[in-house]
Write a protein that binds this ligand. Sequence first.
Ligand code: PLP
Length: 408
Amino acid sequence: MTDIFPLNPPPRLLMGPGPINADPRVLRAMSAQLIGQYDPAMTGFMNETMARYRKVFKTENQWTLLIDGTSRAGIEAVLISAIRPGDKVLVPVFGRFGHLLTEIAQRAGADVHTIEVPWGEVFTPEQIEEAIKKVQPKLLAIVQGDTSTTMCQPLEELGVICRKYDVLFYSDATASIVGNEFKTDEWQLDAVSVGLQKCLGGPSGSAPITLSDRFVEGIRKRKKVEAGIRTQSHQDGIEPFIRSNYFDLVMILDYWGDERLNHHTEATTMLYGASECARLVIEESVDDCIARHKLHGTAMLKGLQALGLKTFGDLSHKMNNVVAVYIPDEVNGDAVRGQMLEDFGIEIGTSFGPLHGKVWRIGTMGYNARKSAVLQTLSCLDACLSAHGYRGPRGESATAALEFYQYA
Ligand SMILES: Cc1ncc(COP(=O)(O)O)c(C=O)c1O
């Protein structure tokens, strides 16, 4: 026999910063049979998915839909559709994913201006207002929860500031949505993009987005309909067309809207999965889902503190669903992570850039934001630390988490 063997992934408990184990109900939904692109059942599912994500995003925005691709496909679709070459964009950077927004905006031809705070901190609204006054950008692009640092940037005051200076307000809430408060309409966001593989409890590969009417009005000025499907009734917009075909949001809206103008072939299986992710959150209620992430995230934090591990960053701005702890000096961080994976089948994360090799990041999100996953992870980490010469407290972490659960 050569190397023709069935795919058989090892059993793992994914307790890093994402991806996490998909909810079995999402995987079941994804095993459903395909149907045609314009089958009324399919277009019905598309409409239903839009309605479900309006609830997830807490918005009335008509244009709430899926971009096929991982979270950065959603980011790219928003940025390349909004930014004309030379447009000014302001990106406050407080971790790796702020750099990603910068990178994508630059590739879209923007004149990007950044402000930075040290990793482990977030911005005050005053710092952002100051930068907006100075730069006068067309668009503010900011991450809500940056998993590289575990910080959650407060967004609630930024919408008012953006309206005051007539700036479009976009946030990447990939890692934070439904694990932390997020209110698209109340906070006056113009565009939001997310992914499934964190608190939404699905696999990566679909990027839900929502767009305000004023955002859509702006991008429609860049409309360009492909030859081959173009009819005499189609008129191009008055502004330079969007420099990507796949991520041309105007064409994508025409595909998701009443016209159903052909663009890509919707990734049906991903749509089933994304739709089921939203259904599960709505069934639980968005607010209860956030509260669950807070509960289990705090239990994890208490357990890690009982192990004597020092937490990274400003805890008052920590995301509910992930925590970073310094790797104790006396242990080899990669060896501990390796043993967690090999002996216990549990994955925890390290970090990027200045934090690489310095901290572990441990997530409690989506399907894994549950008591048994927290207790298993803490007990196994306790055992692995012991095996690697750790000199701090031992045997207390699961007990501390259990005590927290008892009184929470
Ligand atoms: C905040 C944030 N933005 C973007 C991404 C990129 O997502 P993807 O790998 O799905 O493209 C991630 C992934 O971890 C993320 O945490």
